[in-house]
Write a protein that binds this ligand. Structure first.
Ligand code: BGC
Length: 765
């Protein structure tokens, strides 16, 4: 199989040449150190544990972690945001180990550290890689100021199935877009070179691989895909992250080809290292090594040995490596070479971070004022503005600041659910609620806002799961303080307010706990209790703007048909309330575009725009026809397609053309299209380019994204947008798994989303 040598990989290769002398210095240092380490100490480096404590109170001599550190039995720790002071103490213990090897401190910094940015799925809706890189830079700056030097991000799993709760953590369904987002995040975390300053962290690309392809969207479930399919439609983000220089990967929980990812040699070695050129270390997901026992491929000793030999370097929380590898070595089940390889990779990461030079580099506690700064919050607000997707607008938006607004719904004044899943260091009290944002926006204007929650989010409280979001709720919503009104009383209060208002802004959707890890749903509609609430609002006859909080695409056909506007806000983080008010009043023009298709019915899942044609294709919007590939009870088209999102202005596309209608295999063509802002507002537009190989030796998708550009146009302004295409952009993995561009005709499609495209024909000779 050919290596994908992208520009990023080339730059990295050149850089590595330059830093050759530093490398050999590193090699000499590690050779010398490993020459002195015992086997037990080497295996100790392969061990990662969750910290589980925030303060130093637990750090007594009989604490298991303290003991392990002093004995050199721990390579790294991760946790929920302890203080630099606690981390300094832990580092002291590690330095008391046989050869004083410093610890790495990891954390799930998934969408910001303390300044919480929108959930990753929302951020991907910006289609703005510069902004994404800036956001990841801020996350890294804050995390390092808090002592962290390794973040378990980016999550780059492609997902076609909105039932999967973890769809919220990734960049959606498209491998090309996913790759662009992955690169931007790696650059933001690590910078563009191999040297780490004290504000840069090791990225950890996860979950390697294919975790988002869990059958039926059920978390941790089996993955059943073939090699050609994964190479074409699922692996690209992992490959691109390696090309960008990602320092580490996390192996996933799922199996592939009958072998769990954490012991899968094809994934961990043949693809990741030999094909994508990755040279960092791979950590397992939490207890993934031990879980291979339940997968049914052996006991803990067996699965640990298999994992090491497949290319896994570090074991998170299973104690499989520290507990059994020495025995396996003695029994000839693994070799010292296997252990050395893994140990070296981890020591290299520590060397690159500069920890051997200064183990306290990241835990000096000197930069804590950089956490949650005004500047960081301003960026979070900008990202939150661009992450929102206007799904429907009958013309009611933007709202006038003179309007009488009824702001209702369980998310209207809800601080903690603004954080979204996986916001480990978030403090709910930092989050700006929608009510606060609207109140501030209306200051100095004639408009008013009246608020009532109007409904519970769910009929029953949701059991706290791992997907809850980890936001520390510090009592802002002290729900238990006084007796709760009944649902009927809540609805009545909201309806009364609505009747006295010009417009209803209904803030509904999914609480944090309904998405994230272990939060798959078989019914992905708005919880029923809220649907009834919306129906009661509808009965008032007042116009309704639906503001959606959600971690996944929801089935909202009724809402689309019956309400006046729908603004999808996902979960926007610290600045949610400000950013939502900015968009509602038109101070920011929405420009987000979906990176996941919104199904009409859950029964359409998996649903994705880049599907194959079948031998009996059926046009997406046509009604049922027997013996073609469709359903009897719903059309094939999604409710909102991939790439879709409205603006307060309108953009007109014209003059799609190619610099030449044929291209030699080693040539280049330029695709041009004119885009004009024909509306009244200045606005941003994401111009999208798709390809379709008309005839290929193996079947290919009906459309494949191969380029996009986000542009800004003032009202009335136009711009010619161009894309350069070469054979590289037209390649795919054929049946023999060769990465090739085949001669013949290609449809080149450009448009504002995956549905509404214009086509020109290009012949490759
Ligand atoms: C998740 C990972 C996460 C890890 C450490 C696991 O359960 O799957 O995404 O990084 O825990 O918290």
């Amino acid at each position: 199989m050919k290596k994908i040598l992208t520009l990023g990989a080339l730059a990295l290769a050149l850089f590595s040449l330059n830093s050759c002398s530093q490398k050999s210095e590193m090699d000499r240092f590690i050779d010398d150190l490993m020459g002195k380490m015992s086997v037990e100490e080497k295996i100790g480096q392969l061990n990662l544990h969750s910290m589980g404590f925030r303060s130093s109170a637990a750090l007594t001599d009989d604490n298991a972690t303290v003991k392990a550190l002093k004995e050199g039995q721990m390579g790294a720790l991760y946790g929920f945001g302890g203080s630099p002071e606690t981390m300094r103490q832990l580092q002291d213990f590690a330095l008391q180990g046989p050869h004083g090897i410093p610890l790495i401190f990891g954390m799930d910094v998934i969408h910001g550290y303390q300044t919480i940015f929108p959930v990753p799925l929302a951020i991907s809706n910006t289609w703005n890689t510069d902004l994404v890189e800036k956001y990841a830079r801020v996350a890294a700056k804050e995390a390092t100021a808090g002592g962290i030097n390794w973040v378990f991000s980016p999550m780059v799993d492609i997902c076609h199935d909105a039932r999967w709760g973890r769809i919220v953590e990734g960049a959606g369904e498209d491998p090309y877009l996913g790759g662009e987002m992955a690169k931007a995040m790696v650059y933001g975390y690590q910078g563009h070179d191999d040297v780490f300053d004290e504000t840069e962290v090791l990225a950890c690309v996860k979950h390697y691989a294919l975790y988002g392809a869990a059958e039926a969207g059920r978390d941790y479930n089996t993955v059943n895909l073939g090699r050609q399919e994964i190479l074409n439609n699922w692996m690209r983000p992992y490959a691109d992250a390696a090309a960008a220089g990602a320092a580490s990967y996390m192996s996933s929980f799922n199996e592939f080809e009958g072998i769990p990812a954490s012991a899968n040699h094809y994934l961990l070695t043949e693809l990741l290292r030999d094909t994508y050129g990755f040279d960092g270390f791979v950590v397992s997901d939490a207890t993934a090594v031990q879980e291979m026992v339940a997968h049914g491929i052996g006991d803990l000793q067996e699965v640990s040995a298999r994992a090491l030999q497949a290319g896994l370097d570090m074991d998170m929380n299973s104690d499989g490596f520290v507990g059994t590898l020495k025995k396996s070595l003695d029994e000839g089940r693994v070799s010292i070479k296997d252990i050395d390889k893994a140990c070296r990779r981890i020591l290299e990461a520590k060397y690159k971070l500069g920890l051997f030079e200064d183990p306290y580099k990241y835990i000096k506690g000197e930069r804590t004022d950089e956490i949650f700064s005004e500047e960081n919050r301003a960026l979070a607000r900008e990202v939150a503005q661009e992450s929102q997707v206007l799904l429907k607008n009958s013309g009611i938006l933007p709202l006038s600041k003179d309007a009488k607004i009824a702001l209702v719904g369980p998310f209207a004044d809800n601080a903690s659910d603004m954080s979204g899943a996986w916001a480990m260091s978030a403090r709910a009290s930092d989050n700006v609620t929608i009510l606060q944002g609207i109140r501030e926006a209306l200051e100095g204007h004639k408009g008013t806002v009246s608020y009532a929650a109007g409904s519970k989010a769910t009929a029953q409280p949701i059991g706290g799961g791992f997907g809850v979001g980890f936001t520390r709720n510090e009592g802002r919503q002290n729900a238990n303080a006084k007796p709760q009104p009944t649902q009927a009383q809540m609805v009545a209060e909201a309806v009364a307010i609505a009747k006295r208002s010009d417009v209803i802004v209904a803030c509904v959707g999914e609480p944090n706990a309904m998405s994230g890890e272990g939060s798959s749903r078989a019914d992905i509609s708005i919880p029923e209790i809220q649907q009834e609430f919306i129906a009661a609002l509808k009965d008032t006859g007042k116009p309704i703007v639906l503001v959606l909080t959600t971690g996944r695409p929801l089935t909202i056909v009724w809402e689309d048909e019956n309400l006046d506007a729908i603004l999808n806000t996902w979960a926007l983080g610290t600045e949610a309330g400000h950013a939502i008010a900015d968009v509602l009043f038109g101070d920011a023009n929405p420009s987000g575009k979906l990176t996941t298709s919104f199904p009409r019915e859950v029964g359409q899942l998996p649903l994705y725009y880049n599907h194959k044609n079948t031998g009996r294709p059926h046009p997406d919007y046509d009604p049922y026809r027997k013996f073609t590939s469709c359903y009897m009870d719903v059309i094939n088209a999604p409710l909102y397609p991939f790439g879709y999102g409205l603006s307060y202005t309108t953009f007109e596309y014209s003059g799609l053309s190619l610099s030449s209608d044929s291209m030699p295999m080693d040539g280049k063509v330029t695709v041009s299209v004119n885009v004009k802002n024909t509306g009244k507002y200045d606005g941003k537009e994401t111009v999208q380019l798709y390809i379709h190989d008309v005839v290929s030796t193996s079947t290919r998708p009906v459309k494949e994204l191969r380029g996009f550009k986000k542009i800004f146009l003032k009202a009335g302004e136009s711009q010619t947008v161009t894309f350069d295409l070469t054979a590289e952009d037209l390649k795919y993995y054929n049946h023999a798994l060769e990465y090739v561009c085949e001669e013949g005709d290609f449809e080149i499609m450009v448009g504002p989303n995956s549905r509404d495209t214009e086509t020109v024909l290009l012949t490759v000779k």
